[in-house]
Design a binder for this molecule. Structure first.
Ligand SMILES: CC(C)(COP(=O)(O)OP(=O)(O)OC[C@H]1O[C@@H](n2cnc3c(N)ncnc32)[C@H](O)[C@@H]1OP(=O)(O)O)[C@@H](O)C(=O)NCCC(=O)NCCS
Length: 204
């Protein structure tokens, strides 16, 4: 594993490179991909953006992109699979609080065909590496619906733990579901990439 500014031919700019997944900046050229993922009603229902099915028009996407791409308070990232350097999703670190050193994250692997292959688990690990090792945060949390088995499993495997539930507060598929609150502490996390990348150089 390594981290890189993206100098290799045919590779998009990336910030953190893992084994099968890399995280890099949002790209305007990927707007049609982001738009397709964000308009998938099933994904909207699972990921919770927005809380009811609704369309994302070109105009709304342009507004979202212009804000997200320059947002100093939230860190949006494209998720790539490193085999073909294909964009497979996006994630965000939001509510970054430098005083209390906390943040929350959200994540989507856009196409159903790319889910269940381990990409989500590695993407969470790389995002936590950015949060803990890169930004020096201490606690990162997330919320996931209790029916989101893939999310629960991916996050648990990445070391994120359940800390509580808000009961029956999300209505979908004809019934109420719990929201599961999960978090991870810096001391519980072992850096897969940035601990080595950010090591200071020694004098020669
Ligand atoms: C949640 C999400 C990011 C996870 O990413 P992913 O790439 O699918 O996750 P992984 O493949 O790393 O891990 C998922 C695990 O859940 C398992 N899983 C998937 N569906 C499952 C189900 N219905 N029941 C039980 N386990 C399930 C997979 O088999 C896999 O476990 P395994 O590797 O041990 O077999 C992705 O599925 C996604 O984007 N979903 C739609 C949007 C969303 O829910 N976003 C998250 C909001 S909190």
């Amino acid at each position: 594993m390594h981290s890189s500014g993206g100098e290799a031919a045919g590779r998009p700019p990336v910030n953190v490179v893992g084994e099968r997944v890399a995280l890099g900046p949002l790209s305007r050229t990927l707007l049609p991909r982001y738009q397709a993922w964000m308009n998938d009603v099933a994904t909207q229902g699972w990921a919770g953006y927005p809380t009811r099915p609704e369309p994302w028009t070109d105009e709304r996407m342009a507004q979202w992109y212009d804000r997200a791409a320059t947002d100093q308070e939230r860190m949006w990232l494209t998720i790539y699979e490193t085999g073909a350097w294909r964009a497979i999703g996006f994630c965000v670190l939001r509510d970054i609080d430098p005083r209390h050193r906390t943040a929350e994250f959200g994540m989507t692997i856009g196409d159903r065909a790319d889910r269940g292959k381990g990409y989500g688990t590695e993407a969470v690990t790389l995002l936590l590496d950015l949060a803990f090792t890169g930004l020096g945060l201490n606690n990162v949390q997330l919320q996931v619906y209790e029916f989101n088995h893939a999310g629960l499993r991916a996050y648990r495997r990445a070391g994120v733990k359940e800390i509580g539930r808000r009961r029956r507060c999300y209505f979908v598929g004809g019934r109420f579901w719990d929201v599961v609150y999960m978090d991870c502490l810096a001391e519980e996390f072992s850096s897969p990439v940035l601990g080595r990348v950010l090591a200071p150089d020694e004098a020669r």
